[in-house]
Design a protein around this ligand. Sequence first.
Ligand SMILES: *[C@@H]1O[C@H](CO)[C@@H](O)[C@H](O)[C@H]1NC(C)=O
Ligand SMILES: *[C@@H]1O[C@H](CO)[C@@H](O)[C@H](O)[C@H]1NC(C)=O
Length: 466
Amino acid sequence: MDKGGWKPALALVVALLSTYAEATSSLHMDDFIEAVRRVEDGDPGSDPLAVLRRLRGAAGLNDAFIRHFLGSADSGGPKLNPSLSGYLSKAVHHRVTEDAKEEGVVLTPDGTTVALAPLLLGIEAGFLAKTAGRVRGLYQLTLAKDLDSSPVLGPDGCWDNIASPQVFTLLSSSPSALTAARVNGGMDGAVLGMEVSAKDGRPPALSGLLTEYYCRPLESKGLDAAPRLVSRRRRENFRVLAAPPVLARQVVKAEELQRRLTGRSKLEVKEKKQLLALVKEGMEEFVHKYIDCPPIIPRCMWGAEPYRGTPTNLSLPLSFMYIHHTHTPSQPCLTFQQCAADMRSMQRFHQEDRGWDDIGYSFVAGSDGYIYEGRGWLRQGAHTLGHNSVGYGVSFIGDYVTGLPSQHSMGLVRDTLASCAVGGGRLVADFVLQGHRQVVNTSCPGDALYAEIRGWEHFGEVKKGK
Ligand SMILES: *[C@@H]1O[C@H](CO)[C@@H](O)[C@H](O)[C@H]1NC(C)=O
Ligand SMILES: *[C@@H]1O[C@H](CO)[C@@H](O)[C@H](O)[C@H]1NC(C)=O
């Protein structure tokens, strides 16, 4: 074939391939990282700031507020092909539609969902910083801008398909501006932005940074042996980074800046006071929900079957937390896929073989850094015969007759879930924690785990003569 013949043919193949790539690119973080890699490969040697600007350009993240901190998104460089640019725009541009679909979010390998815009803005602010730890606009770009417009936070949502996610539907039809995914992305953006600020030496490629943070597999010790900077430690890292009063001040600053940039009048003293009061209220909810409480994977994310029949509502606050182990599955789960599969198999066993309405436990702790929602805070469980109406049943996935769950997952239940329950009015402040075997004739939660929980705060012996 002569030259003139194969060139158009090649162009056609390339065009077909890129349409194909777009058609198969899901809103999974793995696919987004792949798209970032293609942007990087298209402009070899470009630094991460240039790549971030181009992503911002593709997604139209270039309003006056953003430019104030980061400059214009227009970066020159080779043009992105339309299918890549279309994908990036769809993946990054954040909005909530009328019918409660959240766009601009991706599913991460750990089973949580993040909004990409605040994530990328935080990282860009970090790369721009001249002094380590001092990142201009970090909180305003990642979180603060929406903390005042949303006195009510959340909700979380669910994907149409976990293997090839395309549509994310929120769990409530009147969502706030600060959805769970928006908060996750903002926290990750703040954590990573701070991390990359003014690092010496050659900056890491954006694709590499995201891969390290989101895609690192856990080894058998779970999070106990994992590095500090991984998405599963999102809340722990953010808690260390941002004090609530600092965050509250940033919210007010963001509002003042927004007014200045849009030519509106300055906040009057009285307005500022009102705003501060509103922000304080919002911050309390924020701190409770996203800093004091553990991350909880909702039922829809692990693929729960519906509750069968009519649930019995608990009357709150309860007085007990009962600790269980699952025994079967006998191995701790270390990935979202495995923990979710374990949840489904336990639910199947409880519903099909035992004939119960639902999975028995209120909550289940994986060793992947997450708590999985069973019957949840409001519905009575079937975990501790004769005591289901007075306590929550929390089970660790695994068999703990001789070994223990990871320190991390025990801390999540002992400290975080417990204080979250008290703070949220679900457990009384002086609640009593017991092992399943203390009130039912069973070896559960296993000798080793039972010996362990006897040293936990709130542990209580059974009162004699009852
Ligand atoms: C249980 O609580 C839900 C709200 O969470 C409510 O809609 C329902 O009516 C309650 N059921 C009973 C029997 O009170
Ligand atoms: C507890 O269960 C075991 C067998 O599972 C049985 O041998 C024992 O008698 C039971 N104890 C009581 C107090 O019911």
